[in-house]
Structures are given as C-alpha cells and as structure tokens.
Design a protein around this ligand. Structure first.
Ligand code: GDP
Length: 137
C-alpha cells in the first residue's frame, strides 16, 4: 500500500465541496490516513510550491493557496500516486476527462479544486512538509 499527499484547495473548500470530494475519495477505495483543515500562510504556500518558484504563475498560485483554508490529506491505496492523479484529471479543468474531480469541481487552471503529488519523491516531501510521522501511524 502506498501513500500520496492531496489537497482540497481553497476554491473547493469555499464552495462547500469538501464533503462531496471526501465521499468520492472513499468511494474510489482510498483510505484517509491523515487529514487537517489549515489556512496556509503565504510563506508556507511558497515553501510547498518551491519547485515552481521560477514559473510566471508562482505569485498568483501562492496567493490563491493562502487565500483561505484548505484540507490537507494523506491518502492510502495501491498505486496511490497514479490513482489519485487519474481521479483528479488534467491540471486545466477544461481539458480534464469526464468524471474526474477537476472536471466536476474545478473552475479554471488555477482554481482547479485539488492537488496531488506527481511522483514518489514529491509525495515523500509533501507528506513530510505537512504531517509528522506520528500523525500517520
Ligand atoms: P498539477 O500537478 O496538475 O497540480 O500541476 P502543476 O504542478 O503543473 O502546477 C501546480 C499548480 O499550479 C496547478 O495545480 C495550478 O493550480 C497552477 N498552475 C499550473 N499552470 C498554471 C498556469 O499556467 N497558470 C496559472 N495561473 N496557474 C497554473
């Protein structure tokens, strides 16, 4: 069983979609191993997205991610990283496949409802950034 790191982003929390997204997560066979509602500071969002610091959208991305509370999640499943990326769909909701979370709940490429780690190394960094080992026992 593998773990991945996921976020229900501020747009989805504000739109009261948390419950529907969590229901979908459980229906698809993930086990929630860690979960916390947190309003990130700008600095925390910048640290989380440090790999994107040279991208033109870094400022707007970190403004958005610190604009309101989000739900931080550690999700367990077989092949959790790829499985969660598939359930989320493409980064741009307009290009995401029918039935994916971003197609159903995303508004735009920046307000795209969810985040998910894209590789084992990123999952390890992101899980460790937000959860202590003791929280994931
Ligand atoms: P992800 O792994 O599918 O989330 O996509 P990326 O790692 O490429 O980008 C991280 C996040 O930055 C995305 O989820 C979007 O919220 C945001 N993002 C990506 N590309 C763009 C863009 O071209 N413009 C803006 N405003 N935001 C973007």
């Amino acid at each position: 069983m593998a773990l991945t790191f996921a976020i229900i982003k501020p747009d989805a929390v504000e739109a009261r979609l948390t419950g529907r997204i969590l229901a979908r997560i459980e229906q698809e066979g993930f086990t929630v191993r860690g979960m916390r509602l947190q309003h990130l500071t700008k600095r925390e969002a910048e640290g989380f997205y440090a790999v994107h610091s040279a991208r033109p959208f870094f400022g707007s991305l970190t403004d958005f991610m610190s604009s309101g509370p989000c739900v931080l999640l550690a999700l367990e499943a077989e092949g959790a990283i790829a499985k969660w990326r598939t359930l989320m769909g493409a980064t741009d909701p307009a290009k995401a496949e029918a039935g994916t979370l971003r197609k159903e709940f995303g508004q735009s490429i920046d307000k795209n409802a969810t985040h998910g780690s894209d590789a084992p190394e990123t999952a390890a960094f992101e899980l460790g950034y937000f959860f202590r080992g003791l929280e994931l026992l």
